[in-house]
Structures are given as structure tokens and as C-alpha cells.
Design a binder for this molecule. Structure first.
Ligand SMILES: Nc1ncnc2c1ncn2[C@@H]1O[C@H](COP(=O)(O)OP(=O)(O)OP(=O)(O)O)[C@@H](O)[C@H]1O
Ligand SMILES: Nc1ncnc2c1ncn2[C@@H]1O[C@H](COP(=O)(O)OP(=O)(O)OP(=O)(O)O)[C@@H](O)[C@H]1O
Ligand SMILES: [Mg+2]
Ligand SMILES: [Mg+2]
Lengths: 228, 228
């Protein structure tokens, strides 16, 4: 489904150049559950931004279903992302002035659903992550882990083909984290959603079809579940 | 050092009342390393806000060294917090427009140090967490775990008597997290700093003198290291 070919990304700050990605080549198959692990600063979120078409590589190529994502026009790209990819950002990126329900409704509204339909879909997603009773609260009125779950609900509301989850259980206790991992696994097994998750959470390993370890912007090794 | 007596905290939103803390009573001793664990939404950050004098209890009392914190005048309170308590917030609360060095310098400047002294102390703290070479970068130019470590450096810059760390290793990989836990342990053992850390990270248990489990706003149980 996703093909990365020698993807590089550099950031330049004055005289300093940070090589965040140094030639990542990787194929990600439809319906698989792939975990990406690696030390802090190794390039996981940067790679996510590439796959999710939120940023452009400095060099190399990313295609999703054979389509070179940067080649899409801006409006097409926004629609494509909203329709097919659910994002759980590492910092959640919730809108502070909106309630949980309004935050989760946004992708559905952007996709063209009527407000009542968008709200119904958002409520369903919030209940799925155990936060239906907190729908009227703004992010500042929710715990860290509750905010994280709102971000997860938002990623699920449009029933995406690809779920990009950046450290989705970082602020969750063991049981709440395990419940979320199960949600992801069920999406992968039952609905064929391709789950790609950056994580430091070793609970993810048992549920992954493959695990990719990244170090200093390069693929260090890839293991299938059988090999773990 | 810290005495909490039947501390309650409620949040009211329209018709809904959330009882975040339901009568927490707890003594925290000088120089100990105390971990607070509990499910998402159980009240850990809320309790931190009480101990750290960032919010007031609805009922009950908090004292630090016998001083009832809410009784202090505002300017005294700000100075007390800045001088004695280092905070690592769950959402880091870094200022996006400032560099890592400027963020970490702020508490030292607020305490009255000259800018050059504040910068030197900030650089030392950044190097201590392995980020001296990234001092000129703003939070948006750092990875999630790197931002977390900047927040930790900021908490350490004034060499606090109490370190309040809310989920300080949530976004760190195993090795980076273990290195930070060691920093905290060394502060506790070598310098008598009282370390109070909310965490979902089981690596913390081996290093804690005591662990308090919180559930639905109440102390569920407390165990010493020997009892674990
Ligand atoms: N906008 C930027 N400008 C400069 N450097 C950046 C920028 N974004 C990321 N970097 C750097 O690129 C490297 C990779 O960052 P990335 O966020 O991908 O790491 P990560 O693996 O997600 O880390 P973590 O586990 O801490 O979240 C890091 O050294 C980071 O500081
Ligand atoms: N400002 C607020 N208004 C309303 N409810 C709040 C507010 N702050 C916290 N709460 C609620 O109080 C409860 C306790 O929140 P708290 O942030 O202390 O939990 P926590 O144990 O830190 O959770 P996590 O592990 O997810 O960070 C939660 O149900 C939360 O939604
Ligand atoms: Mg990251
Ligand atoms: Mg919390």
C-alpha cells in the first residue's frame, strides 16, 4: 500500500543541518499492523509526516497505492488525507476552544457530512474509546490520557484505510493502553485497516505483524511477528 | 515535607460535577522518591496541581514544611514555587517562540539571576539531559521526547528541593527513559531532593522508595519498596 524509496529529510537551522531521515526504504502492506520503534530523535515522527503527506521529503519518493503523494494538487491532497488517513499526532493537536465532540466531528464535516451526521459519527467514535460521557468537555478539562483518547477518536471518525498513530499509548496506563491497542488490532484484522504506529510501548510488539526499528534516520532492522 | 489532609477537588461544568479528588490524605517525606500510579483520569495531575500550589483544593488542606500554601501572598507564592519546586508538566508547557535555552533559563531569570548566569545554568541543565547541542532549537524543531527532556531540564535549573514530574518518561524510549529515571534517583539519593512522579512507567517502581496507587480520586494503596 505504501512504498517509500530512499526517503531523506533534512532540516536546516542557520549553520546546522539535522539529517532526520537518511534514505528510508520500506514497503507497508495493506491490512498489516506495523509498529515503528526507535530511540527518541531517531526519525519516527518525521517518517510519519512523510507517509501522511504532511511534509515533503528532501529526496526520495513516497507513493500510496502507486500515487506519488506530493504530485497531488493541494485540494485533492487534503481530501485524500481526510478520506483515507486517520492521524493520531504525538502532541494530539486538539483545538483548545472546541469540545471533544467538536474536535472529533471536524474531519467528518470537512469530508462533507451534514453537522448532525458528523456529530453522530463523532459520538460513536468517542464512545468507542470510552469517553462518550465527556463529549462536552474541552481538552483543558480532560486528563492527559483522556485527551489522547479524543485524538484517537478523531483519527477513527472517518473510518480510515490507514491509521497513522504516533505514540498513541504514551500517556495511558497499562489497561487503558491495552484496550486501545486492541481497538487498533481489531481494525486491522476485522476491517483491513493498515495500522502504522510509532511507539515506545512494548505491549505493541505482540500485536504487530511486523516491527521496524529506526535509528538515526535509517532502518536498523525489520522483524516479522514470527521472528520476534 | 508535604502533608495532604483530606484533599478534595471538584470541577463544575454546567450541570456536570467531576470529583477529581475525593479526600486524599498523604504524607510525603523529605528526600524520598515517591511514584504515583493510577489509571487515566484517576486524579494524578490534579493532585500534582494541589501539591505544586498551581490550583486550590475544593476542600481539605495541603502544607509544605508546615506552611499552608494557599495562605501565601501571590508574590511570595510565585517565589516559593520557583525557588523550591521544579515542575515537569505532562504537556511540557514549553514556550513555542523561545529556544530550548531560553525556555530552560526562564525560572533562573525569574529567581533573579543575571542573564549570563541564567544561561550558564540552563546550558548545564540541557547538557545533563543530553540536549546541549540542540539549545538553539525551538520546541517545534525538536522531537516529542526531546521536548520532554527540555521540560525536565527546566525543572532542574534552579536545583529544586522538590521535583514534581508528571509522566516524565511517557514519550521516551526505554534507554532514554531509564537514563532520566537515574537522573531523578541520583537527585534523591545524592542531593536529598524529594522526587514525586506521576507515571505509567513500570521502570519507575524499582527506583521508588514508595508507590501510591490512586483510583477515582482516592488513595487505593501505598507500598514501600520492600513490599513491592
Ligand atoms: N522542524 C524541525 N527542525 C529541525 N529539526 C527537526 C525538526 N523536526 C524534527 N527535527 C529533528 O529531527 C530528528 C528526528 O525527529 P523526530 O521527531 O522524527 O524523532 P522521533 O523519532 O519521533 O523522536 P521521539 O521518540 O522523541 O518522538 C530529531 O533530532 C529532531 O530534533
Ligand atoms: N479543568 C477541569 N475541568 C473538568 N474536569 C477536569 C479538569 N481537570 C481535570 N478534570 C477531570 O478530573 C479527572 C482527573 O483528571 P487528572 O488530569 O487528574 O487525571 P490523571 O490521573 O492525571 O490522568 P492521565 O493519566 O490521563 O493523565 C478526570 O476525569 C479529568 O477529566
Ligand atoms: Mg516522535
Ligand atoms: Mg495526568
Amino acid at each position: 500500500l505504501v512504498h517509500a524509496e530512499n526517503v531523506c529529510k533534512s532540516f536546516r537551522q542557520g549553520d546546522q543541518v539535522i539529517q532526520a531521515l537518511r534514505g528510508i526504504s520500506l514497503d507497508i502492506y495493506r491490512g498489516e499492523y506495523l509498529s515503528i520503534m526507535g530511540p527518541s530523535g531517531s526519525g519516527k515522527s518525521t517518517l510519519f509526516n512523510m507517509i501522511g503527506a504532511l511534509d515533503r521529503p528532501t529526496a526520495g519518493e513516497i507513493t500510496i497505492q502507486g500515487v506519488a503523494i506530493p504530485a497531488l494538487a493541494s485540494r485533492e491532497l487534503s481530501y485524500f488525507r481526510c478520506r483515507y488517513i486517520g492521524y493520531v499526532f504525538q502532541s494530539y493537536n486538539l483545538i483548545p476552544s472546541l469540545s471533544a465532540l467538536e474536535n472529533v466531528s471536524l474531519p467528518a464535516i470537512f469530508l462533507g457530512l451534514a453537522p448532525a451526521e458528523a456529530q453522530a459519527a463523532a459520538m460513536e467514535a468517542l464512545e468507542y474509546v470510552g469517553l462518550g460521557n465527556r463529549h462536552s468537555h474541552r481538552p483543558g478539562e480532560l486528563s492527559g490520557g483522556q485527551q489522547q483518547r479524543v485524538a484517537i477518536a478523531r483519527a477513527l471518525v472517518n473510518k480510515p484505510a490507514i491509521l497513522l498513530a504516533d505514540e498513541p499509548t504514551a500517556n495511558l496506563d497499562f489497561n487503558t493502553g491495552a484496550a486501545i491497542i486492541k481497538v487498533f488490532k481489531d481494525l486491522s484484522v476485522d476491517r483491513g485497516v493498515t495500522v502504522i504506529s510509532a511507539t515506545h510501548d512494548h505491549k505493541m510488539l505482540a500485536n504487530s505483524d511486523r516491527v521496524v526499528w529506526i535509528k538515526s534516520g535509517e532502518v536498523e532492522r525489520i522483524r516479522t511477528k514470527a521472528e520476534l
